[in-house]
Design a binder for this molecule. Structure first.
Ligand SMILES: *Cc1c(COP(=O)(O)O)cnc(C)c1O
Length: 452
């Protein structure tokens, strides 16, 4: 691997200048030494297209279409209702949950796949608030989160706070976050990796701070599960939720996952606290059809209605693409590659795009970022992203709120399962071309679609 050319990165950059490959050839040679290179073969990738949006919708695994066809034609078509037992449909939530659990530091049986991230957050936050109310009394009334958290998390928390008699407190900085963890804290609710900037929280430290204040900690792993090693039990978190269609490659609208610490389940049992969406699949004995609700033991209580079997089958194929990395070093090895990719991208932007006013908005310290890099540009960036997509590099755009001092961002996600250093080189190269040529100014790149 030739990675010795330190020339072009500006001296001010904290990024290691040796991460800049001196040529496309050098980047491609680095890929030839990549011990994870074979994982790419599991994906149905479009030739020539560089996909840097796996943080929003993961790419299609090669196995998925065949597996869905098998579930439809054989399990549903021939097996019909007997497949609930014979094909293990009823075990899917737990089985896929165990695969996800290995990525996020959860033990066997501790994760269930169900519903959406928003719905799972509603369940665990409501349960956590009921626990605080029962154990701590009425003076702990605050749900603390960040104003920059993903909106659906804030909408769910705000609405629950209103109906359950709590108060949602939103902070704007790390200092304000620490200051908000006091004797009024009921629940600290954070997303580990920020969806806009890619900034990464220290889950163990913040969970410890929430506990020291007497509150609970709920983590949203939407941009961390499958993107970096997560250790929920090691961090001693209380509850967690996460997304199936981002780094887990489960397909559009894939079901989400939910985790609770064993201690949280014991506390719910001790006070007879339920998660609020008490559907029949979360009942202790669904097929006894009793008129009264009796929550299942363990994590099954977090299921609600009938599992979406076709979507679950697709999600299982997605999780398998990550399980395939286990013999090659698993999430720690994927994390090393992810950091090498984002490091090379940042170095390329510093060296070749800073003259165009393009700046890196993502923290540069390795322990402070996830697997995405967000860029700012004085012109905003929407049309630049569109022009880049026309050049075969898919990223996305998130408008900022000027009232909150938020810049517009161009987001680029780096999925280590299928991206290569050569792709990073080409992506920077094509962005340089879009900027040098000014082709993004063309009318056709200015039109906004419904999904950005
Ligand atoms: C993507 C994402 C979600 C998505 O929620 P859905 O219910 O699947 O639409 C929720 N929270 C965060 C932090 C996300 O990044």
């Amino acid at each position: 691997m030739t990675r010795s050319h330190p020339s072009a990165a500006p001296a001010s950059a904290a990024t290691d200048p040796t991460s800049l490959h001196p040529s496309r050839q050098a980047a491609v040679e680095a890929d030839a030494c990549d011990p994870l290179a074979s994982l790419r073969e599991a994906f149905d990738l479009t030739a020539g297209l560089i996909y840097l949006d796996g943080n929003s919708l993961g790419v299609l695994p090669r196995a998925t279409a065949g597996r869905i066809e098998q579930v439809v034609r054989e399990e549903w078509g021939r097996g019909l209702i007997t497949s609930w037992n014979a094909a293990g449909w009823m075990d899917l939530s737990r089985r896929i949950g165990d695969g996800i659990g290995r990525l996020i530091g959860a033990g066997p049986g501790e994760v269930r796949v169900a519903d959406s991230t928003s719905v799972n957050l509603f369940k665990v936050l409501a349960a956590a608030l009921a626990m605080v109310k029962a154990e701590a009394g009425p003076e702990r009334r605050r749900i603390v989160s960040e104003r920059s958290n993903f909106p659906t998390d804030l909408y769910i928390a705000d609405t629950l706070a209103r109906t359950a008699g709590f108060e949602l407190v939103l902070v704007d900085s790390a200092d304000a976050l620490s200051a908000a963890l006091d004797e009024r804290l009921a629940v600290l609710m954070l997303t580990q990796v920020n969806y806009r900037t890619g900034a990464l929280h220290d889950m163990a430290a913040l969970t410890a701070a929430a506990h020291a204040a007497g509150g609970l900690a709920i983590w949203d792993l939407a941009h961390s599960a499958g993107a970096l090693p997560v250790d929920l039990n090691g961090a001693d978190a209380d509850f967690a939720v996460g997304c199936g269609y981002k780094y887990l490659n489960g397909g559009p609208g894939a079901p989400a996952f939910v985790w609770a610490h064993a201690r949280s389940l014991d506390r719910m049992d001790a006070r007879d606290i339920r998660q609020p969406l008490a559907g029949w699949i979360g009942h202790a004995a669904p097929f006894r059809f009793t008129p009264d609700y009796q929550p299942a033991r363990g994590m099954d209580r977090f299921q609600c209605g009938t599992p979406p079997v076709l979507s679950m089958a697709a999600l299982e194929c997605g999780v398998d693409t990550l399980s395939a990395a286990e013999p090659l070093g698993g999430m720690p090895a994927l994390r090393r590659k992810s950091l090498a990719l984002t490091e090379a991208f940042i170095a390329g932007v510093d060296a070749r795009l800073s003259a165009h006013g393009v700046q890196v908005a993502t923290p540069r310290a390795h322990d402070a970022r996830g697997s995405q890099v967000s860029l700012t540009v004085p012109e905003g960036g929407y049309a630049i992203v569109q022009a880049l997509i026309a050049r075969g590099v898919i990223g996305d755009f998130r408008a900022g709120d000027p009232a909150r001092g938020e810049p517009d961002l161009m987001r680029f996600g780096f999925t280590p399962l299928y991206l290569r250093q050569g792709d990073v080189w080409d992506a920077v190269d094509r962005l340089v071309h879009v900027m040098d040529s000014g082709e993004w100014r063309s009318e056709r790149f200015q039109r906004q679609s419904a999904v950005t």
